[in-house]
Design a protein around this ligand. Structure first.
Ligand code: SF4
Length: 343
């Protein structure tokens, strides 16, 4: 079946066994909500959001460290806009007194800032998944080649396979996964093969248009119970991924344990600067990752697909996009803010 009308009809009228499908990627969460996809599905098909919004899974200790840096004389934190509003254990970066920070659209923008003010140290808040890590590697290569000494990075980089393995074994009852298209451009679709085979679950790599997502859902429903990886985004994703980008990542970053907000430590689910580049590290290793958060915030369960946002007692009352209590309400890709925005 390739006709999108037939696919839509199939998904609307599906009356087989119930199926719970998780979209791992925050961009998919936004695209599904914007296109009103949940509203056209049979009630036997349930969609839940996973831990693929980089801002949402950044722990409060990391935010606290950014604030500490931003409040240090002669230092400026450089970051994407979303991160400014993420709550740390006491406040967010934008609420912190006397914090020096700049918002940019690309990590490479830090180079011009550093050249224009050589007496100041600029620290990039390097968060993200496999999708954005190559840009940080390129940044590292550029500052080393150009002998720029006043740029450092603070890493909280994450990798997908390990947390996906945790989700599969967590008892959340997930039957199928929409695999993240942007991540797979870099890693290749085969990255999800071990989990697919180990847990007999289908993974379908998807694009971001409504038609891409509907055909992905169709493939997932049809392959329920099978340990397969299907590449439904072949225009940009290959089995093996972008080897050049992978090599660049490996040159500067090594696999390390990582702390995920709401989940805790997940062994080898992150990347840190290799020890030979320690002089460029603004203190990423050895942070106290004990989570300190609003105790009523249920981000941990939302991120693991065990609770939907509106089941959190703070949702839409105390916690809104202008008063976020947890990271899931901060980013437009976060499960809670997407649900608040689109219902
Ligand atoms: Fe946390 Fe707010 Fe989401 Fe509740 S609604 S889980 S407090 S981010």
């Amino acid at each position: 079946m390739t006709d999108i009308k037939e696919i839509t009809e199939y998904l609307k009228n599906y009356d087989g066994p119930e199926i719970c499908i998780m979209e791992i990627c925050g961009s998919h969460t936004g695209a599904i909500a914007k296109n009103g996809i949940p509203g056209i599905l049979s009630e036997k098909i349930r969609l839940i959001s996973g831990p693929g919004c980089p801002v949402c899974v950044t722990p409060s200790a990391y935010i606290d460290r950014l604030i500490e840096i931003a409040q240090t004389d002669g230092h400026t934190v450089v970051t994407f806009g979303d991160l400014l509003r993420v709550p740390g254990s006491r406040c967010s970066l934008q609420e912190a007194a006397d914090a020096s920070y700049k918002m940019v659209y690309s990590p490479m923008d830090i180079i011009d800032l550093a050249k224009a003010d050589p007496d100041r140290t600029f620290v990039f808040a390097a968060i993200g998944f496999e999708t954005t890590t190559p840009v940080y590697a390129l940044l590292m290569q550029t500052i080393i080649e150009e002998k720029i000494k006043n740029v450092k990075i603070l890493t909280a980089l994450k990798t997908m396979p390990e947390v996906v393995d945790l989700l599969c074994s967590s008892g959340a009852g997930i039957d199928a996964f929409i695999a993240p298209g942007h991540v797979c451009v870099v890693t290749g679709s085969d990255i999800f093969k071990p989990a697919a085979e180990k847990y007999s679950l289908p993974f379908v790599v998807s694009g971001f248009e409504a038609e891409d997502l509907l055909s992905t859902l169709y493939l997932l429903v049809k392959n329920k119970g099978k340990g397969v990886v299907i590449n439904n985004y072949p225009a940009v994703v290959s089995t093996e991924g972008n080897k050049k980008a992978q090599d660049l990542i490996d040159k500067f970053f090594e696999k390390t344990d990582a702390s995920w907000r709401g989940i805790g430590n997940v062994p080898l689910s992150g990347r840190s600067l290799r020890t030979e580049y320690t002089e460029y590290d603004a203190g990423s290793r050895g942070l106290d990752y004990d989570e300190k958060k609003n105790k009523a915030c249920s981000c941990d369960k939302v991120i693991m697909g065990k609770l939907s946002p509106e089941q959190c007692p703070l949702f839409g009352k105390v916690c809104t996009p202008s008063t976020p209590q947890g990271a899931c309400m901060v980013s437009p890709e976060g499960s809670c803010s997407t649900r608040y925005e689109y219902g």
